[in-house]
Structure formats: structure tokens, C-alpha cells
Design a protein around this ligand. Sequence first.
Ligand SMILES: Nc1nc2c(ncn2[C@@H]2O[C@H](COP(=O)(O)OP(=O)(O)OP(=O)(O)O)[C@@H](O)[C@H]2O)c(=O)[nH]1
Length: 527
Amino acid sequence: MSPITSPVKSVRRPGGVVQTPRRTGEGTPSRRSSGGADQKIFDIAALNLTSKEDIVRIEEPPPKVALERGKLLEEAKRVLEGAGKDGKKSVSLVVIGHVDAGKSTLMGRLLYELGHVDEKTRVLNERGSSKVGKSSFSWAWGLDETTEERERGITMDIALQSLTTSNRQITILDAPGHKDFIPNMISGASQADCALLVVDAATGEFEAGFDRGGQTREHILLVRSLGVSQVIVAVNKLDQVNWAESRYKEICRLLKAFLSQSGFQSPKIGFVPVAAMLGVNLVDRSSIEGSALTKWYKGPTLVDLLDKLEPPVRDIESPLRIPISNVFKAQGSGTGVSGRVCGGVVQVGERVRVLPGDETAVVRSIEVDENNVPWAAAGSNATLYLVAIDPIYLAVGSILCPPGNLVPLATAFSARIIVFDIQVPITVGTSIELFHHSRDVPATLSKLVATIDRASGSVVKKNPRVLSRGTSAEVEITLRGGTLSTPSVTGRPIPLEPFSVNKDMGRILVRRGGETIAAGIVLNVIV
Ligand SMILES: Nc1nc2c(ncn2[C@@H]2O[C@H](COP(=O)(O)OP(=O)(O)OP(=O)(O)O)[C@@H](O)[C@H]2O)c(=O)[nH]1
């Protein structure tokens, strides 16, 4: 079969390898990676696949499976139930919020406070950022690693980090806030269990993010639609408003109402006042600056809240599903792919099928949170090093599954969607951008089957002419071919599974003209 040509985007692993993205998506600016000294640039298109080196790689004897299936499941269950390494439960957290809310600064400072960033790196980032006149971004430099991100002072792609608290092992996905990079944010959010929403308390800034068109609102709706049900809200930059309790309370009140309306339940929403740049109330608030906050705030710190995040139930009994969010050249032999395990368990030595396509690969090794592990179960954000496959068959958006239990391929499917707060109603034939995990493809809303009552699920109107804001509806979606900017008639099939079979695999987002217009779940594959 012909090689897969779907667009490639990247998720960076700090200090690791980076792949140059080749995206064609509407509203998705191309991103050039700087290729820092410790970063190896890898472009699939530039690979010389017929070189001797690659042939040797492909022929390397693959490792053997260590555990028989039943034993593997037993062990995975035991570890997940009784918690993982060091008795810590694992959760993944996407950091979201409007542009410049302070997401990268917060994570950079938190990693430092928790001892995950050494003093030498901190000083280097401080000096480097000050040299280019961006000293206020020195903490963000710990996550924004590319030259372009550092020069522009914005996050453009997802940065992966991990940190530990007393009871949790947390994988952090720092998402870009700028609206041009929403597709990358969606890719990160679809790999997360929980969200950390950062909002800027400064006068006018919170409002800019929260008003219609602001990313605070859009990110909340997106993460909830992608299955995230726990959120911590860090009300940041309180130093900018003189640590005013009234401002904090007002922001909490507005956000709580919007979060509830978006489907978050009260016990799963936490609020915490912070000043990321000064490090106040992240791990403690004992500093001089923190004393202004302690006059009225006696609640938990950010770390206290992180330490209580509850991992959702992991579906390890279901067949293996790993949507690929990143592909890169491995050091040594093979190709690295990373993504969230959305079902089942994978172990070293297993053969996996890559969909779409006819190819299989063997798992040479697995990394979770930068540690080598013998297996990875549902819920893990894992990196798999694959051998016995030509890397040209590995692409962002493809799915890894067992050769004997494939994900159906679809060019048309039915879905239940909820229409967001849109200005222009949706009509039959609307051209859309369909998002499924890290894949985005051109598609058409080919049929409006019925509008549905959100509470009872019963049909309100069959064959409606239009769908307006807030409507819930059953629709049919047909993929189109080509690229998002130059679509053609026939779409290539993509792997899709109904929500009733696998929740993580059955969620979709619908965008039009750079705006997210609906979220939904896959009901049935039609063809
Ligand atoms: N005064 C003050 N400034 C802060 C604080 N936290 C972050 N900033 C500043 O806010 C600006 C934006 O910070 P970033 O961390 O890059 O924001 P971001 O949300 O990661 O930005 P994007 O990812 O590009 O959306 C920087 O100039 C920071 O120094 C804070 O607690 N107080």
C-alpha cells in the first residue's frame, strides 16, 4: 500500500527529540523548530528510507514478550489498583487558558519549586531571557524551548513534563493559549485526565479571556467535550491586583457558573489564588509577597490540590488503542511514537498494527514519564519505540491496535453533537474540519438527521434545516479528501470507534473557519 501522508504535528518532550511538523490545517501556522543543541530534528519526508542504516534497523531481531496476556492484565490491575511506583497514582494534566495567562511561567516555577529544575538551568534561563529582552519569560523558558517560542514569548506546541507530589505522579501537557494553535491544544487535551486552567486576574485581562471569543471559554468547552471532568483553576497574577480578595472571589464566581454550565460538577472544581512569577501559593506561601495573601486566604496551595487529583477508571480489559500524537527518530534503532493509551495494555515485544494501513510493528521498548517500563496501560502517556516497520508508515493521527482486533475505518459516520455558541447556524453541506485525537481532516456535515432534547435524549425534530447555538443533534459526517485548504471529493478512511465501544476513541470536535462549532461522540460507522 502507499505510505500514509496525513499531516504530522509534534508534541515536544523537553530535552528529548523533536520532529518538524508538516501541517496543512486551516488556521494552523507552520512552526519552525530551532533545533537546540540537545534537540535532534527529524522530518519523515527527509528520511533516506533505502539507506543501509534503515535496512539494518528494520532487520534487527525484535524483543520477546515477557508476560502471557492473562498475567499481564493481572499485573496491570494490581499496579493500578494498589497505585504505581512509590505508591503514587498517575494522572495526566493539561494546562490550559487564554494567551499570556501565565501557564508556562506557572509550570516552570512549579517544576523548580518541586526540585525538578536545577539551579543551573534556572540561572541559564534567567540570563538567556534577559539577554534577548524577555526577562519576564525566564520561568516560561523551562517549557517554551524553541527559538521561535522564546522570541515571540508564546507557547506554540504542547510541551510534555512530569512532576511528582506526595501522592501523585503527574504528566503535564502545557498547551498553547493563542487561538492560532487550538489544534495543538486539542491534541494535548485529548491526552489528559484533568485540566489546570490558568486565568490572569489583572484588570481587563481576565475579561479578555472570558468574553466571547476568549480562549478561557473555548478551552473549558473543549476539554470537557474531550472527556476531562476534573479541573483546578489557578487564579494567577494576584500581585497585579494588590492581592485583592474581592477580585479573586469575583473571578471564582464567574468561572464556577460557567464551568457548571459546561458540565463540570462542583466537587470536581478546585480554585486556588497564585502568583506564578513570584512563586506564591504554588508549594507554600511563606515568602514576603505571600504574606499579603495569607491575610485572607487559608486554603490549599496548588500542590495540595494537585495531590488530590483522582485518576479516572482505566479500561485495561478493552483492546489496545493508542492514537499517535508524535513520531520521532529514536536514538539507536527504531522509531519513537508517543500517545495516550486509550484502552488495553501494551508490553515490550508485542506486535501492533498501524491503522490506517496494512503495516505492523514490534514494540522494542516503552517509556512512561521518562522511565523505561515493561508495559503501559490505559491512561498512560507513553512513548513506544517501534522496530520491524518502515517509519514512513507511522504518522500522527494513526492508531496502534492489536493485529487481531482492529479499529474500524470510516469515511462516513453518524454522531451526536452539541452545537457551541456560534453566530452562523450550521446547514446541510457545511464544510468542516474534523478533529479526532491528533488528526484533523476536511469533512462535510452531510446530513442533519434530527435535533435531540438534551435532557431526555428524544427526537425533537427530524431532518432540521439548520442547527443553531446550544442545539443537540444527530448528524452524519462524510470525510473529504485532499488537504484542509484544497479538499477533494473522496476522503481516505480514518480509524474511528463508536463512543459506546471506547469512550476515549469515540469523541470528536468540529471546527469551521478557525472556530470550534461543535463537539460530539461517534454513534456508528456508516462506510
Ligand atoms: N506580574 C505577574 N506576571 C506574570 C505572572 N505569571 C506570569 N506572568 C507574566 O505573564 C506573561 C505571560 O506568561 P507565560 O507564562 O508565557 O504565559 P502563557 O499562558 O504560558 O502564554 P501562552 O502559552 O503563549 O498562551 C509573562 O511576561 C510572565 O512573566 C505573575 O504571577 N505575576
